[in-house]
Design a binder for this molecule. Structure first.
Ligand SMILES: *Cc1c(COP(=O)(O)O)cnc(C)c1O
Length: 433
C-alpha cells in the first residue's frame, strides 16, 4: 500500500496553486478589486477633512501587504513562543528603536492593535479594578477609551472627569487640580479626540506629582506634530504616552506605548501581551516601522509645520466667514466648529458638506445639547490633505466653501462640488492604473 493518498477525482487544488501565488487581485477577485478602485477614486477625488485620517506613503502600503502577514509570534523579541521568529525579532526591535528615536523615549511597545488597546493595556498595567482615574470628560472632547461608561475602561475603573473653562473652551487646570485633590486618582489622563489646543504638559505633570498619581498623555491626534517638533513632547512630562500610529503621525493603523522608567517595562509589556492581546500584527508592525522611519526624515518636520499652518489657516478662514470655531482656533491638526448659532446640527451639516465633496465628521461640542448621534458640532482635520500637498491658498478656499455651505450662501452647489473635486484631483495621489 502506498502511504500517499490517491488523488481524489475532481480535486483541482493543485491546478490553482499557480494563480494562488501568482495572480494579482484584479485577476483573482474582481469584486473586491472594483471596490478598492472605487475607494481610491473617492479618496483622490474629494476634500478629505476627517481628523483621524491621513494618506500613508506607498511604502507604508507595501509593508502592510507584505509576507509578514503570514507570521505568528507571541511574546517579545528574544522571548517568543513560536519558532522562526528571528526576522520578526529584528523587525520589532527596529520599529521600537525608531519609535524611541522619533520621540526621545527610553522604551516603546509597538504591539497594540489600536490606540484603544494601548490605553486599555496601560490602565490594566497600572490599576486594579475600582481604582480612581481622572480624565477629560467625553462630552468635552475626551476619548471613549479614557473611561466612557460605554467602554470597558468606564466599567472596570472608577472614573472622574474634568472639563473645560466655559469662557474660552480651554482645559480648566484648576478643575483638574481640585478634582485630583478630592478624588486622589491613581492615574491622570491628558489628551482627547476633539480638543484642538496644545496641552499644558507642565501643569499636568505638577498636579500628578502633587497627588502621587501616574500621568498618561494620549497624544493620538497630535503625535505627528510632536514628532515634527512643532508641539511640546509629552514624553518629557508623562510617565506613559500612548498614541495611534495613523492620524497625524501618518503611518500604519495601530497603537503604540512610550515610556522612560524601566520599572514600568515589565508591567506594560505583560499588560499588552498576554494581558489584552495575543499575537501582534507583524505586517502592521512592518508598516509602523516604515512610518516611523519617515517621521525621522527632515521632510517630516516640514510636514508637521504645514499641518499646523494649514489647520490655523482653515480655522481663520472659517471664522472670517462667520463660523464659530471652538477656542477661536487651533494648535493641533484639528478644528471643532460649534453649530449652535445656526439652523443645523452636526448630522445635517456633515451631509450638506458631502454634497460639495467635503468629508468631515459630526462631533459633540463642549456641553452639547444634542446626543452623539446628532451633535451640534463638526470636527475637521488637515493631516490627510496636507499629506497630498495642499497649501494655504487652497485650504483657505476650502474654508470659505465650508462656511458658505453651512450658512446657506451657496447658490450653485454643483459648481462648488466641481471646483472642490478639481482641486482634489489636482493633488498627488498613488498611481491608479
Ligand atoms: C483615535 C484615538 C484613540 C484610539 O484609536 P483607535 O485606534 O480607534 O482605537 C485613542 N485616543 C485618542 C485620544 C484618539 O483620538
Amino acid at each position: 500500500m502506498s502511504a500517499v493518498a490517491p488523488a481524489v477525482a475532481g480535486d483541482v487544488f493543485e491546478d490553482t496553486l499557480g494563480t494562488y501565488f501568482g495572480s494579482g487581485l484584479d485577476a483573482a477577485d474582481g469584486d473586491v478589486a472594483t471596490l478598492i478602485r472605487a475607494e481610491g477614486q473617492r479618496q483622490s477625488g474629494g476634500i478629505e477633512l476627517i481628523a483621524s485620517e491621513n494618506v500613508v506613503s506607498r511604502a507604508v502600503l507595501e509593508a502592510q501587504g507584505s509576507w509578514f502577514c503570514n507570521k505568528t509570534v507571541e511574546g517579545y523579541p528574544g522571548a517568543r513562543y513560536h519558532g522562526g521568529a528571528e526576522v520578526a525579532d529584528s523587525l520589532e526591535t527596529l520599529g521600537e528603536r525608531r519609535a524611541c528615536a522619533v520621540f526621545g523615549a527610553g522604551q516603546a511597545n509597538l504591539q497594540p492593535h489600536s490606540g484603544s488597546q494601548a490605553n486599555l493595556a496601560v490602565f490594566s498595567a497600572l490599576l486594579k479594578p475600582g481604582d480612581p482615574v481622572l480624565s477629560l470628560d467625553l462630552k468635552c472632547g475626551g476619548h471613549l477609551s479614557h473611561g466612557s461608561r460605554a467602554n470597558i475602561s468606564g466599567k472596570i475603573y472608577q472614573i472622574h472627569a474634568y472639563g473645560l473653562r466655559p469662557d474660552d473652551g480651554r482645559i480648566d487646570m484648576d478643575q483638574v487640580r481640585d478634582a485630583a485633590r478630592e478624588h486622589r486618582p491613581k492615574l491622570i489622563v491628558a489628551g482627547g479626540s476633539s480638543y484642538p489646543r496644545e496641552l499644558d504638559l507642565k501643569a499636568f505633570y505638577e498636579i500628578a506629582e502633587s497627588v502621587d498619581a501616574r500621568l498618561l498623555v494620549d497624544m493620538a491626534h497630535f503625535a505627528g506634530l510632536v514628532a515634527g517638533g512643532v508641539l511640546g513632547n509629552p514624553v518629557d512630562y508623562a510617565d506613559i504616552v500612548t498614541t495611534t500610529t495613523y492620524k497625524s503621525l501618518r503611518g500604519a493603523r495601530g497603537g503604540m506605548i512610550l515610556w522612560n522608567d524601566d520599572a514600568l517595562s515589565r508591567p506594560l509589556r505583560t499588560a499588552v501581551f498576554p494581558g489584552v492581546q495575543g499575537s501582534p500584527l507583524l505586517h502592521m508592525m512592518a508598516a509602523k516601522a516604515v512610518g516611523l522611519g519617515e517621521a525621522l526624515q527632515p521632510a517630516f518636520k516640514d510636514y508637521a509645520r504645514r499641518v499646523q499652518n494649514n489647520a490655523r489657516a482653515l480655522a481663520d478662514e472659517m471664522m472670517a466667514h462667520g463660523l464659530d470655531v471652538v477656542t477661536d482656533g487651533t494648535d493641533t491638526p484639528l478644528i471643532l466648529v460649534d453649530l449652535t448659532g445656526l439652523e443645523t446640527d452636526g448630522q445635517t451639516a456633515s451631509d450638506a458638506l458631502s454634497t460639495i465633496a467635503i468629508t468631515c465628521n459630526k462631533n459633540l461640542i463642549p456641553d452639547d445639547p444634542r446626543p452623539p448621534t446628532t451633535t451640534s458640532g463638526l470636527r475637521f482635520g488637515v493631516s490627510a490633505m496636507t499629506s497630498r500637498g495642499i497649501g494655504e491658498p487652497d485650504i483657505r478656499r476650502v474654508g470659505k466653501w465650508i462656511a458658505d455651505c453651512l450658512l446657506g450662501r451657496i447658490q450653485d452647489p454643483g459648481q462648488v462640488r466641481r471646483d472642490a473635486e478639481r482641486m482634489a484631483r489636482g493633488l498627488p495621489f498613488y498611481p491608479m492604473s
